[in-house]
Design a protein around this ligand. Structure first.
Ligand SMILES: Cc1cc2nc3c(=O)[nH]c(=O)nc-3n(C[C@H](O)[C@H](O)[C@H](O)COP(=O)(O)OP(=O)(O)OC[C@H]3O[C@@H](n4cnc5c(N)ncnc54)[C@H](O)[C@@H]3O)c2cc1C
Ligand SMILES: NC(=O)c1ccc[n+]([C@@H]2O[C@H](COP(=O)([O-])OP(=O)(O)OC[C@H]3O[C@@H](n4cnc5c(N)ncnc54)[C@H](OP(=O)(O)O)[C@@H]3O)[C@@H](O)[C@H]2O)c1
Length: 452
């Protein structure tokens, strides 16, 4: 009997998995039956923007954490699919830091090309996954009619992401704060905060981007409070970093250096939890957001039983190409093309990577470590070649550009595609003044201006 594969989630990782199988099918391989369950009514995962926050129309926790005016925070050359380039999709060179809608179009463009939608059951939430020693039993609920059923599979690939369930800490005085306190998961439109004095908590990508973006769209002064280390960028006027919040007294924020600020709204950019309530305990990934995820061989295979796979669970410098490589390797295992070593050898390999990860000291070493992970995966499969060495260099340049000027790093151009060599043109408007993030303005108006 033909094998059955269950893929949970049709975000970038789930789509990579479906695409990997379709590429093998085109080359004549016999493919298992693929069933992808997606709880939203559309694909693209986080890139599928929603205005909703809290619970959705079915009473499900809203998955989306992306907000309006979100632009790629790294050059697109670092995430370009090796088998579907930006030139393929847009038919011309486009600038390096596209807004969300442009990247959504790119991701779904490849998915449409291979018609992977035919494998996806939308508005279908996975409620429970267990294993009986031979097969997986997956219970799903159709959110349109509330019908539940259980199906049996040989393999399960979990591709549900890990930036949707907030970590939201408590600080004294929050319960009496006379204003809005929200997590970045629920942040949507910066214009909500026009004229407001903001406290942003965190010192990572969300804190950096939301602080800048609020200021860009007209907020009052933004105070960023950090727990471990400041980001230390040269912030524009009206944005500053201070040590950790101790307490709120009414609208007054008291910080550990003794200073105070008056605040109208608080945005917690305090990160996310890996959360898999639908997995039986013995199959559930429990890990911090780190570069070498707990319990996974090669960052993909459940170390105790590789018939279960998780995609994209690492902290992410690399994204779409990393997801593709993981999906290609997972596919090869499921097609019987990959020799799976014994448990002790899987553990030995895991321990070696973990030991290296624990020695990492800065962002440059982090990037090299994740690039090494990509190269290790690439050597195991037939994913089309792309210049990983070049992506390391672009990452280093990007880190330097951010240190030079956090407001203008997205205006840089001239990055070469690691697949085609095409160099990115400059965008027609600098990021700080580009208030319209629509695809029409980004791609089409840019082209119009260039052609005169
Ligand atoms: C605010 C923000 C900005 C980001 N910006 C960038 C960026 O600029 N560039 C970049 O490369 N990356 C960015 N990322 C990283 C992002 O994690 C990846 O780009 C990518 O979306 C991860 O894909 P994924 O498939 O692993 O997860 P997701 O995109 O989260 O998709 C998971 C899918 O699983 C579905 N699902 C979840 N639970 C269930 C269930 N029980 N049953 C059925 N379906 C389920 C969800 O509905 C969703 O469609 C950003 C992340 C965040 C939070
Ligand atoms: N395209 C874009 O522009 C964009 C924008 C936003 C996010 N993203 C993506 O979204 C993903 C998630 O990024 P993220 O910044 O949300 O999460 P993150 O990288 O996990 O960072 C979480 C931050 O919260 C802080 N924190 C955690 N608990 C805290 C507490 N109790 N008190 C105070 N601070 C606390 C952490 O501080 P410590 O350092 O002390 O641990 C850390 O700085 C990333 O992949 C990023 O690339 C992209």
């Amino acid at each position: 009997m033909n094998k059955r594969v269950c893929i949970i989630g049709a975000g970038p990782c789930g789509l990579s998995q479906l695409h990997a199988f379709e590429e093998a099918r085109k080359q004549g391989a016999e493919i298992p039956e693929l069933v992808c369950f997606e709880k939203q009514d559309n694909w693209g995962g986080l890139w599928n923007y929603t205005w909703r926050t809290g619970l959705d129309e079915h009473g499900e926790p809203v998955h989306g954490s992306m907000y309006r005016y979100l632009w790629s925070n790294a050059p697109k050359e670092l995430l370009e699919f090796a088998d579907y380039t930006f030139d393929d999709h847009f038919g011309r060179a486009i600038p390096s830091f596209p807004p969300r809608e442009v990247l959504y179009d790119y991701i779904t463009g490849r998915a449409n090309k291979n018609d992977v939608a035919r494998h996806i059951q939308f508005s279908t939430a996975v409620r429970w996954v267990e294993h009986d020693g031979k097969q997986f039993h997956v219970t799903v609920e159709n959110l349109e009619n509330n019908d539940s059923r259980t199906e049996t599979f040989d393999h399960v690939v979990v591709a549900t992401g890990h930036f949707s369930i907030p970590k939201a800490p408590y600080y004294p005085g929050f319960e009496r704060f006379p204003g809005r306190i929200l997590h970045s998961h629920d942040f949507r439109d910066a214009q909500e905060f026009t004229g407001k004095r903001l406290l942003v908590m965190g010192s990572s990508y969300s804190a950096e981007d939301i602080a800048l973006q609020c200021r860009k769209y007209g907020s009052g002064p933004v105070t960023i409070t950090y727990r471990s280390n400041p980001m230390g960028f040269k912030w524009p006027e009206g944005v500053e970093e201070v040590p950790l919040l101790e307490r709120m007294e009414g609208k007054t924020a008291h910080f550990s250096d003794g200073s105070t600020r008056e605040i109208d709204a608080i945005i917690l950019c305090t990160g996310y939890q890996h959360n898999f309530p639908f997995m039986a305990d013995e199959l559930k990934l429990v890990t911090a957001n780190r570069l070498w995820t707990d319990s996974l061989y090669k960052g993909v295979f459940w170390i105790d039983d590789p018939r279960l796979m998780y995609l994209g669970m690492q902290d992410q410098y690399y994204t779409f190409t990393h997801f593709d490589l993981e999906a290609w390797v997972a596919r090869d295992y499921m097609l019987g093309r990959l020799d799976m070593p014994e448990r002790t050898e899987r553990q030995r390999d895991f321990d070696a990577w973990r030991a290296k990860e624990e020695q990492l000291e800065d962002a440059f070493q982090d990037i090299d470590f994740q690039a090494d992970h990509l190269e290790d995966l690439a050597a195991m499969t037939d994913y089309p070649e792309f210049d990983i060495g070049l992506t390391r260099e672009i990452f280093y340049q990007w880190e330097h550009h951010k240190d030079e000027n956090i407001v203008t790093y997205r205006d840089r151009a001239g990055f070469a595609s690691p697949r085609t060599g095409t160099r990115s043109p400059a965008h027609h408007t600098d990021w700080w003044h580009a208030l319209d993030d629509s695809m029409a303005t980004y791609v089409e108006q840019g082209a119009k201006e260039k052609t005169g």
